[in-house]
Write a protein that binds this ligand. Structure first.
Ligand code: PBG
Length: 324
């Protein structure tokens, strides 16, 4: 390499900078999350996540149609039922939303459905609690039933976020046995126990009533667990792996994307509610420009190795990126 090097030539104006850019991100690679509530008369703004709403099927359809005009065809649905239970969950509400959306849009959209019990359990935990513990096997059986119900209603991609052991294998087998061999699974494979889920829990009514999620979500000090969790889920049949949250875990994203065995697997990253909302709150305090910071954060996630990004900014991405 030369001793003197003029790198500012690459930076001199927008056109030159665009020409030399090495990373690209399109709204086609983004997934927009939605919160759908049972028995909601009309959509309501969510106080905890900027620009997001509590939806019913009608308002959801409108928003999804808008997303399509912005190049976003992938949606991730979270369902918040009215009543909470201990076990034997009923999935009629979720299924009516899934089939309603499929009826309207068919294959123009890809429906990802969150697979977890936290907004259905009376404890707010992601699995069934017995004697103060979240039990694995019984929770997996419930997730399997729910997955088959979602697939039958028209979900294109079951997205388990519960972090029970070996749920991917159980769900894959059940889907295949019931004739849903084309239904995909996106595993929240490397999901850390994180403070950054705070605004989401408020929205999804899923704050645990006691204790925390540390006995099932990954400890951020354990890199081995983080790697093994994705490797195992890949081997058990996940079609897409995920790192969540994204921003504070870019090293893990990079490691998985460059891992000998996992490097060619589709990898998603979830820019979670706390990451997203903190940008908004900084803007509210006149400290940053939200749109600029959002693009920068999404590009960082992309550069680190994400093929797909789940972000609350998906539907606005095209506009924001187009303005720059
Ligand atoms: C739980 C779930 C959570 C999120 C997605 N699925 C919260 C949690 O694990 O407590 C977080 C998403 C976000 O913060 O945006 N099933």
């Amino acid at each position: 390499m030369q001793y003197k090097m003029n790198l500012r030539r690459y930076r001199q104006n927008q056109s030159v900078r665009d020409t030399f850019s090495t990373v690209n991100l399109s709204s086609k690679n983004l997934i927009q999350p939605y919160f759908v509530y049972e028995d909601l008369a009309e959509r309501e703004e969510l106080p905890s996540i900027a620009g997001q709403y509590k939806h019913n099927l009608e308002s959801l359809k409108k928003e999804v149609a808008y997303g399509l005009t912005q190049g976003v065809s992938s949606v991730l649905l979270f369902f918040i039922p009215k009543s909470k239970q201990k076990c034997n969950f009923d999935h009629d509400f979720d299924c009516s939303v899934i089939s309603g959306l499929k009826e309207e849009f068919g294959d123009r959209i890809t429906i990802f459905t969150d697979m977890c019990l936290c907004s259905q359990t009376d404890t707010g935990h992601c699995g069934i609690v017995e004697e103060g513990r979240v039990v694995n096997h019984k929770s997996v059986l419930e997730l399997v039933k729910k997955s088959v119900a979602h697939a039958r209603a028209g979900s294109d991609c079951i997205s388990p976020s519960d972090m029970m052991d070996d749920r991917i294998l159980a769900i894959r087998e059940a889907l295949d046995e019931n004739g849903f061999d084309q239904t995909m699974i996106m595993s929240y494979s490397t999901k850390f126990s994180s403070s950054f889920y705070g605004p989401f829990r408020d929205a999804a009514e899923s704050t645990p009533d006691s204790g925390d999620r540390k006995s099932y979500q990954i400890d951020y000090r354990n890199e081995s667990d983080a790697m093994l969790a994705s490797l195992r889920d890949m081997e058990q049949g996940a079609d897409i792996l995920m790192v969540k949250p994204a921003g504070a875990y870019l090293d893990i994203l990079y490691r998985i994307k460059h891992h000998e065995v996992m490097k060619d697997y589709p990898l998603a990253a979830y820019q979670v509610s706390g990451e997203y909302q903190s940008l908004h709150m900084m803007e509210q305090n006149n400290l940053i420009n939200f749109n600029d910071a959002l693009l920068e954060s999404l590009y960082a996630i992309r550069r680190s190795g994400a093929d797909l990004i789940i972000t609350y900014g998906a539907n606005n991405y095209k506009k924001i990126a187009g303005e720059r």
